[in-house]
Design a protein around this ligand. Structure first.
Ligand code: DQA
Length: 145
């Protein structure tokens, strides 16, 4: 089964970006790990990152057309993009929302809202990079709790 692991803005700087919050694993390392974890689980994993919202919308529309399962860390767009809400609503295969930190426990009020969550079969937050592995495991189990 194919799985798209999609990452939103600023995640390309993982490892250098606020390591006290997001850890020291780089984006390149994360992408490599996701492919490896997926292979162990029998999943064909493709990992992408963008700082441009239209790219993410195009990839989600593609996933909707192809019936592809998605692991999504939409980063800050999670909290305010209604276009992202609409794109997630169109997905037919399971969607898993991932955040490295636990946005709902963070002090900024704006992080407490998610426009992805209403459409997600599961949300995995606060587990660091391992959250991506857990999301892939969830999909490999069939995308149900
Ligand atoms: C994040 C949490 C978001 O609030 C933040 O804007 C990010 C990363 C996370 O992975 O913890 O960019 O999605």
């Amino acid at each position: 089964m194919k799985v798209l692991v999609l990452n939103g803005p600023n995640l390309g700087r993982l490892g250098r970006r606020q390591p006290e919050i997001y850890g020291r694993t780089t984006y390149a390392e994360l992408a490599h790990l996701c492919v490896e974890w997926g292979a162990v689980l029998g999943l064909d994993v493709v990992v992408r990152q963008t700082n441009h919202e239209g790219d993410l919308l195009d990839w989600l529309n593609e996933a909707a057309d192809d019936g592809t399962a998605v692991v999504l860390n939409a980063a800050a767009w999670t909290h305010y993009s209604l276009a992202l809400y609409d794109a997630c609503a169109q997905l037919t295969a399971p969607l898993v929302e991932v955040h490295i930190s636990e946005p709902k426990q963070r002090p900024e009020e704006f992080r407490h809202t998610s426009h992805v969550e209403p459409h997600a079969a599961a949300t995995i937050s606060g587990a660091g990079i391992d959250g991506y592995r857990q999301a892939l495991e969830f999909l490999a189990r069939g995308g149900r709790d």
